[in-house]
Design a protein around this ligand. Structure first.
Ligand SMILES: CC(=O)SCCNC(=O)CCNC(=O)[C@H](O)C(C)(C)COP(=O)(O)OP(=O)(O)OC[C@H]1O[C@@H](n2cnc3c(N)ncnc32)[C@H](O)[C@@H]1OP(=O)(O)O
Ligand SMILES: N[C@@H](CCO)C(=O)O
Length: 347
């Protein structure tokens, strides 16, 4: 593994016209590029992950896994806005010498992709063998493929959509309401909004899992209990766990970026945008995902000409895309080995 920073030498212009004059992209690479540069696996990460894909997607990415650094040149870059190294609201604004906080430009999924395409050009990558992502990562991967700025041979998207849903936006807005209700968010301090962020993550968890997950893991066995329930403790724990490794500003901006996702923006329609994706594509859904229900993935697969849809059974809901790596591995391995069988399947 090696960790790098790409410093873009020109102003980076966002979709909304605002600029960053010193865009930085933090990224990691694993493995070696082969002689004909045909072994690139580019990973787009989800909301709070980072560039170390071997760390957050073990079981699918690792020395003993399907995507391993012995066979592939694996690149994972940190998205703009994230707390893990690329330009973000806690970066220093060169105009003031202070962190941006809420003066950081708002950005879209398209902006995240445009920035990473600059990195791909810097790395002299003009062909990606496998482009893969789940959730917000899948939204980026679809935007990459629809932009057609780089050759992608195989596209794999998991638990994602072509346009972010009203339901998804509502969850994100409720999380932002929690963050902005914490007035420390406006204090311009790196820990600003921490209590709000804790609530935001506990709200998000409800959408990442479902009734069954909670029933399986958080049901109390003591019938005499009238307080201190396991499920309550779990919500607190998960909220605090995120606060320890993230910040409210990055979270606020990234949820807004997710809301912006719409492949139809600047294109004729959603269907036309998907129809223009010309790579062999595998679309995966998790049967219990309530945040990105499988109908959203079936829609994607129906409209990309060379796409197939496969469904994973899991009790984990949306987070199943991070957890069910054995099932993902079996399906993806089959897809990579037997592409022809997967093409043009109707769903
Ligand atoms: C520096 C870094 O951390 S890198 C970033 C890592 N994260 C990412 O990249 C984002 C992607 N990953 C994720 O979103 C998550 O890690 C997932 C979805 C893959 C897995 O979620 P997890 O929180 O690990 O699993 P799960 O929901 O089962 O919760 C288990 C945790 O809750 C704790 N827990 C379970 N029940 C309870 C309860 N009733 N009360 C308190 N704590 C509880 C467990 O002890 C465990 O704690 P631990 O994480 O400290 O080991
Ligand atoms: N659990 C994921 C979000 C769901 O896509 C993350 O924290 O990145």
């Amino acid at each position: 593994m090696s960790r790098h920073i790409y410093q873009h030498q020109e102003p980076f212009v966002f979709e909304n016209g605002r600029e960053l004059i010193d865009l930085q992209i933090s990224y990691e690479v694993f493995g070696e590029l082969n002689a004909d540069r045909s072994n690139v696996v580019w990973v787009c990460h989800a909301l709070t992950a980072n560039a170390n894909v071997l760390d957050w997607w073990p079981g699918l990415f690792g020395t003993d896994d399907l995507f391993n650094p012995n066979d592939y040149y694996i690149v994972c870059a940190n998205v703009i806005g994230s707390a893990y190294g690329s330009s973000n609201p806690l970066s220093t604004n060169p105009a003031t010498g202070q962190p941006y906080y809420l003066s950081f430009p708002e950005f879209t999924v398209k902006d995240l992709v445009n920035a990473h395409q600059l990195l791909a050009a810097h790395l002299d990558i003009s062909q990606i063998e496998v482009l893969i992502g789940g959730s917000l990562g899948g939204q980026q991967a679809l935007e990459w493929a629809a932009s057609k700025t780089i050759a992608i041979n195989q596209l794999i998207v998991v638990g994602t959509n072509a346009v972010h849903s009203p339901w998804g936006i509502a969850f994100n807005e409720s999380q932002r309401l929690a963050i902005t209700a914490d007035r420390t968010f406006y204090a311009n301090h790196p820990d600003g909004g921490a209590k709000g962020l804790k609530v935001a993550r506990s709200i998000a968890l409800l959408s990442y899992r479902n009734y069954i997950t909670y029933d399986h893991t958080q049901r109390d066995t003591d019938d005499n209990k009238v307080n201190d329930y396991k499920a309550a403790s779990y919500q607190n724990y998960q909220g605090e766990k995120l606060v320890k490794r993230y910040n409210a500003y990055s979270y606020f901006y990234l949820t807004k970026a997710m809301d912006s996702h719409n492949l139809a923006r600047g294109r004729a329609s959603l269907e036309a945008a998907l129809a223009g994706i010309n790579c062999s594509t595998l679309v995966l859904g998790v049967n219990t995902d309530i945040l990105f229900p499988v109908d959203e993935q079936k829609f994607i697969a129906r409209h990309i000409p060379n796409a197939s849809y496969r469904e994973i059974e899991s009790s984990y809901g949306h987070d199943g895309f991070l957890i069910e790596t054995k099932k993902l591995t079996a399906i993806i391995h089959n897809f990579l080995e037997n592409k022809k069988e997967y093409i043009n399947e109707l769903v």
